[in-house]
Design a protein around this ligand. Structure first.
Ligand SMILES: NC(=O)c1ccc[n+]([C@@H]2O[C@H](COP(=O)([O-])OP(=O)(O)OC[C@H]3O[C@@H](n4cnc5c(N)ncnc54)[C@H](OP(=O)(O)O)[C@@H]3O)[C@@H](O)[C@H]2O)c1
Length: 237
């Protein structure tokens, strides 16, 4: 039986992906801060492993992830999904700090444990949830876009390292556009996919061991537009 751990699976995309992985025969472990949400999910997924982990508490989080891997008797797939986004128009320092500590420091801390384990095992699959926001700087949340650019670039570094070291480790960079979850509640967005649809497409990308996927697929078009849009237009939208 394959074993998967989702970091940040108490709601939204991570929660739906946990259900899909379980339906497809994985033994699943889910982590997050909200214990009551994790307990709820364990009523829906048979044999679910749960662990309360706050990725901002880096040292404790690293120890707890190792503990979870031990409890599950190993892991084949780790999905780094935990992330936060604030509509930080006023450029409040506290919000920028939390984004960096969660989406960058927390991400690397968890990726490091997963990759160290995969190196010892000689194989594994690491999936990072980046964003279309990685492609351009964003006026309302500069650290969020930058944190996701970090995630995508960091994942490529890990892939290059595994290739150099002849390790059978797959690294998948997922870049979603808008997905209807708590993260974007109340915001005016377009082309927002349901969390279930996004999770299904992420599962397909995992099954095919893809290096990269836009979620949903039509966001590939938007990515192209974003990449080539002149600043004079981009700064106005
Ligand atoms: N929704 C979108 O439009 C969209 C678009 C592109 C990318 N994404 C990315 O997709 C991922 C999932 O987001 P979502 O849309 O599903 O939003 P969500 O429902 O808010 O899920 C975020 C998850 O991250 C966990 N998390 C946040 N801070 C954490 C911390 N310090 N320690 C541990 N876990 C933490 C949350 O759990 P707890 O709060 O219980 O800790 C929750 O399970 C994020 O990385 C996000 O940046 C989302």
């Amino acid at each position: 039986m394959k074993k998967a751990i989702i970091i940040g699976g108490s709601s939204g995309i991570g929660r739906d992906l946990a259900k899909i992985l379980a339906e497809n025969g994985y033994l699943v472990g889910v982590t997050a801060r909200r214990e009551e949400r994790l307990a709820c999910l364990s009523k829906e997924i048979n044999g679910l492993f749960i662990k309360v982990i706050d990725v901002m508490k880096v040292d404790q989080a690293r120890r707890l992830l190792e503990e979870l891997i031990d409890e599950m008797g190993g892991v084949d797939l780790v999905v780094l999904n935990a992330g936060v986004l604030f509509n930080n128009k006023r450029f409040d320092w506290e919000e920028e700090r939390v984004v960096i500590e969660t989406n960058v420091l927390g991400f690397v801390a968890m990726a490091h444990i997963a990759m160290t384990y995969f190196y010892k095992q000689g194989k594994g699959h690491l999936v990072g949830i980046s964003s279309i926001a990685a492609l351009r700087g964003r006026a309302n949340n500069p650290s969020y876009g930058a944190s996701k650019a970090f995630v995508s670039n960091f994942l490529e570094g890990l892939r290059a390292r595994a290739y150099r070291d002849h390790k059978d480790i797959t690294i998948t960079d997922i870049q979603p556009g808008f997905v209807n979850t708590d993260m974007i509640k109340g915001r005016k967005v377009f082309w927002a996919a349901s969390s279930e649809k996004a999770a299904h497409q992420i599962y397909n990308a995992i099954s095919k061991k893809r290096m990269h996927a836009y979620i949903t697929k039509k966001w590939q078009l938007c990515a192209l537009l974003l990449k080539w849009m002149p600043r004079s237009i981009y700064y106005k939208i």
